[in-house]
Design a protein around this ligand. Structure first.
Ligand code: HEC
Length: 117
């Protein structure tokens, strides 16, 4: 764990624009999201590389729910925050089952999503 922490810190520092809490976001993501969201889309979940700022439900390699496809707009920080706070409120019928109730944890995860390219 210690080694991982240093590596993540080095990574966070090398990303000039990344907020300081992107490191915690990485740990939260690894614990709560990574089991479904890997580097490539699977039947479980779409890949999240480049998702920050992208159109909602825009990947060609994942079969989104009609609920998420029906959403207009892009994954702004506000939309990511609302979705992660309460997926079923943001897009009733979405197949994303996980919510992040804690405001600070959500902010850290959203910051981390910006680093996924
Ligand atoms: C149990 C599997 C699972 C877990 C765990 C999970 N997700 Fe998802 N996620 C999905 C699925 C399935 C979708 C597609 C939902 C749909 O089509 O309605 C999705 C969609 C998304 C999208 C929208 C992607 C796009 O291309 O528009 C984002 C952003 C997202 N998840 C973030 C997260 C984050 C952050 C976490 C961790 C806090 C997380 N997910 C945890 C299954 C999961």
């Amino acid at each position: 764990m210690k080694t991982f922490g240093y590596a993540a810190a080095a990574l966070a520092m090398s990303l000039a624009a990344a907020p300081a809490f992107a490191q915690d976001g990485a740990q939260l993501f690894n614990m709560q999201c990574k089991m479904c969201h890997g580097p490539a889309s699977t039947v479980m979940a779409p890949a999240l590389a480049g998702v920050a700022g992208a159109k909602i439900a825009a990947r060609q390699d994942f079969a989104y729910s009609p609920a998420l496809k029906a959403k207009d707009g892009a994954w702004t920080d506000a939309n990511l925050d609302a979705f992660l706070k309460a997926p079923m409120a943001f897009a009733p019928g979405t197949r994303m089952p996980v919510s992040v109730p804690d405001d600070a944890n959500r902010a850290a995860i959203v910051a981390y999503l910006h680093t996924l390219k």
